[in-house]
Design a protein around this ligand. Structure first.
Ligand SMILES: *[C@@H]1O[C@H](CO)[C@@H](O)[C@H](O)[C@H]1NC(C)=O
Ligand SMILES: *[C@@H]1O[C@H](CO)[C@@H](O)[C@H](O)[C@H]1NC(C)=O
Length: 229
């Protein structure tokens, strides 16, 4: 059972210069799209497919086309080609978690530089980052993210260290000045190993993995980032 809020009680007096987000799990609700793309349109098929996909990306290391992994994972769990076809076709219907826009607006207004590192192709990664901006209510911030680095850009899938290093390089920042907002357990470990402080937006209550412990773990983004809002 995952805790619903902070693992340590005290607010750190440390403040990041840069906040980097996982995109498809921490900021966007990609679960719903995966589920909706299956023949039964249920989480039963969607979860199995997504979990298989995550196993494949976890083991992938060097970049191989994202779209191929999505198709491979579907085949592995017995789904026909219609499922990945629907996922890729409907990609631009991805929705941000409801509080994401407000949280990002708040952090940006406070002067934090924001970035994204995502296990994705350039095409789909940039479309997905765009979806976060589109889902913001009120004033849209076209330049919300200073940098969006995809697995195709860096040549590596998270949780490989080079994938995280690429965003640090792109934003010209040291790991020690970064807060990483993880979406999955693999991200908690990967970003911690890359030297960053990590909080975990564990929306759907995924199981932990490995030894890394986030500074804080919660089911919503505003809870997850509570110390910095
Ligand atoms: C950010 O959110 C916090 C908590 O809701 C609020 O106190 C603060 O004024 C907000 N800051 C900005 C810049 O919107
Ligand atoms: C990429 O891999 C990391 C590490 O396993 C995982 O946390 C993350 O959710 C994956 N991203 C996507 C889009 O599947």
């Amino acid at each position: 059972m995952s805790p619903s809020t902070s693992l340590i009680k005290e607010e750190p007096d440390w403040r990041p210069k840069v906040i980097i987000f996982d995109l498809l799990t921490a900021l966007l609700d990609s679960w719903t799209l995966w589920d909706a793309s299956t023949p039964s349109a249920t989480s039963m098929e969607g979860r199995a497919w997504r979990e298989r996909y995550l196993e494949l990306t976890f083991g992938a290391g060097a970049y191989v086309p994202y779209e191929s992994l999505v198709r491979q994972a579907a085949r592995d769990v017995g789904l026909t080609e219609s499922a990945p076809a629907a996922l890729l076709r409907d990609w631009q219907t991805l929705q941000a978690w409801p509080e994401a826009g407000g949280v990002l607006q708040n952090l940006s207004t406070q002067g934090y530089r924001l970035g994204v590192v995502t296990n994705c192709s350039n095409h789909l990664g940039n479309l997905a980052a765009r979806r976060v901006v589109d889902c913001m209510t009120g004033e849209k911030k076209e330049d919300l993210f200073d940098a969006v680095i995809t697995a195709e850009d860096s040549g590596f899938y998270k949780p490989v260290r080079q994938a995280y290093q690429a965003i640090l390089t792109a934003m010209e920042v040291e790991a020690i000045d970064v807060l990483f907002v993880a979406g999955s357990a693999g991200d908690v470990e990967g970003a911690t190993n890359a030297g960053m402080k990590v909080v975990w937006h564990n929306r759907v209550g995924l199981a932990t993995k490995g030894k890394a412990v986030p500074l804080r773990e919660a089911r919503t983004l505003d809870e997850t980032l509570g110390w910095f809002l």
